[in-house]
Design a protein around this ligand. Structure first.
Ligand SMILES: CC(C)(COP(=O)(O)OP(=O)(O)OC[C@H]1O[C@@H](n2cnc3c(N)ncnc32)[C@H](O)[C@@H]1OP(=O)(O)O)[C@@H](O)C(=O)NCCC(=O)NCCS
Length: 181
């Protein structure tokens, strides 16, 4: 059984970063993340057209956290409260003890190792606090930055084509503790 109690919200910290809950004040950065064509190049999702869309998105994310359905962190540099990216855990399955992961960085904050630092902390949280046994990531097969990032953590390609979208690949990482059993 997974430990899915997301209230109070789990704030995570690393050497350079604070991962906190989204607030309405993040609307401009969320709007940029969800409307910028470069960031969304490989993402199959509803684009934000207005600041209202971004605000509604923030509200729905926080409702899902209240219901313990998913976790969604704003990634900030610890010396500033400004959102530079997001990282989320969602699609929890109590039956299969697994979940999915997603992440994105504003263009100006890419290429600095920020996501690697955030991902390491969130993987640790997923395995050691929520106690999932497997984390999955689905993304476009041409998304090389994402493949490069996940390979740093030894995520493996499941080589399992998505029947509804042949461009999607699926990578997974198994909890190392469960491997010792
Ligand atoms: C996927 C994504 C988050 C990867 O971002 P990224 O900036 O490449 O990843 P990191 O933050 O870990 O940075 C790694 C890079 O920083 C460099 N770097 C610089 N300083 C560093 C440091 N102190 N520590 C580690 N790496 C550092 C690394 O060498 C690496 O560069 P390289 O790719 O040229 O080798 C980004 O491409 C993105 O937001 N894409 C759009 C959204 C998306 O497609 N999400 C995936 C689907 S869920």
């Amino acid at each position: 059984m997974l430990n899915r109690t997301f209230t109070p919200f789990p704030i995570l910290t690393t050497e350079r970063l604070t991962l906190r809950q989204l607030v309405i004040n993040d609307e401009q950065e969320i709007f940029t993340l969800r409307s910028d064509s470069e960031i969304n190049k490989y993402l199959d999702r509803q684009i934000s057209n207005t600041i209202d869309d971004a605000r509604n998105f923030i509200n729905s994310v926080n409702e899902n956290i209240t219901k313990n359905d998913s976790l969604y962190w704003a990634i900030t540099l610890s010396d500033s409260n400004k959102l530079v990216g997001t990282i989320c855990l969602y699609g929890f399955s109590d039956e299969n003890d697994n979940c999915e992961i997603g992440y994105e960085l504003l263009t100006n904050f890419q290429g600095q190792g920020i996501m690697k630092e955030a991902l390491e902390k969130v993987i640790d949280y997923a395995f050691n606090t929520v106690k999932v046994q497997k984390i999955e990531a689905f993304f476009h097969s041409d998304n090389q930055p994402s493949i490069k990032l996940l390979k740093k953590f030894s995520f493996r390609d499941l080589n399992k084509a998505d029947e509804t979208n042949h461009d999607l690949v699926s990578y997974h990482l198994t909890n190392p503790i469960s491997n010792l059993k």
